[in-house]
Design a protein around this ligand. Sequence first.
Ligand code: UDP
Length: 371
Amino acid sequence: MPKYDYLVVGAGLFGATFAYEAAKRGKTVKVIEKRDHVAGNIYTKEVHGIQVHQFGAHIFHTSDQAVWDYVHQFADFNRYTNTPVANYQGEMYNLPFNMNTFSKMWGVRTPKEALAELNRQRSEMAGKAPQNLEEQAISLVGRDIYEKLIKGYTEKQWGQKATELPAFIIRRLPVRLTYDNNYFNDPYQGIPIGGYTQIVTKMLDQPNITVETGVDFFANRQVYEAEASRLLFTGMIDEFFNYQLGELAYRSLRFETEILDEDNCQGNAVINYTERAVPYTRIIEHKHFEFGKGEKGKTVITKEYPADWHHGDDPYYPVNNQRNNDLYKQYRALADKQAKDVIFGGRLGQYRYYNMDQVVRSALDLVAQEF
Ligand code: UDP
């Protein structure tokens, strides 16, 4: 008899949500995690009284009230609203694309004037259905904004030409004819007071959950698999199958964090550097996620560099183009045939560009199916 009802591989948000819900239903769960800490990429750590997002900025936002209520079991949230600013060759533009952006870009003052200019520039794409990210961007906001605020940022983030990227990536960004710099349209938004790590720690702190960090599933696969009746795998689905159908592509990131002896370095949590020549995509000043908390005279900033992914690097983003999505489907079919007792979940297991709320939603949907 296996020792546990479930083995969960990966202690990120998906794995932890599932483990918590399974434990609540009386199941025994073992969670193993390759890194030496839980919480996956939402991991935050306190430095000089500031919660540092160790794996990039994470801003919780959702339209799903049930998910919003759900995460509040594990943390209180502040009223942070994401209002990133773009720096293009030293010119500062508000994001997302709104009246502040249009006014700075074109000197327009009213929604009518902005719309006239937007429509003039969008007409370049008139009648054509956008086939790639570049065409999608131009049909959304026209060429000026595309060239200054989208092209460089996107091409360095994804390591590919905008003409070769799928259109859906840019559909994440709102376009507004109001002076509203809120990056998200969702009604609920905030940052957990005291950081994200506590959410996962509290989820996993149950009598029938055993957690082991710093252990690699692949180093001892047979032993781990024999320990539980069912397996939830939140790592890379292609690695699970030993890349037998070929490799899925991922993007990676590299972070450079600095502690500075000043109070306020950039005046905003997120500044995007949208020109191609600057090697990083954004600089995060962590204290501004928490309204200037932390020690006086200290601030922590992180530069985020996009990177090609090679074996052994941390995968951050699935690259959801046609080729990879087709390959993922083949892995899914293989999973249905060969791995009936294995569930694949999360950004890597499902090869989807999930936000945190979507991760929680899909874990809860899985729970509803499983129990
Ligand atoms: N984007 C852009 N310029 C910006 C910010 C975003 O062109 O200043 C585009 C880019 O294509 C990017 C997408 O919008 O891949 C989504 O960006 P977001 O910052 O929402 O992605 P995240 O990495 O935070 O998930």
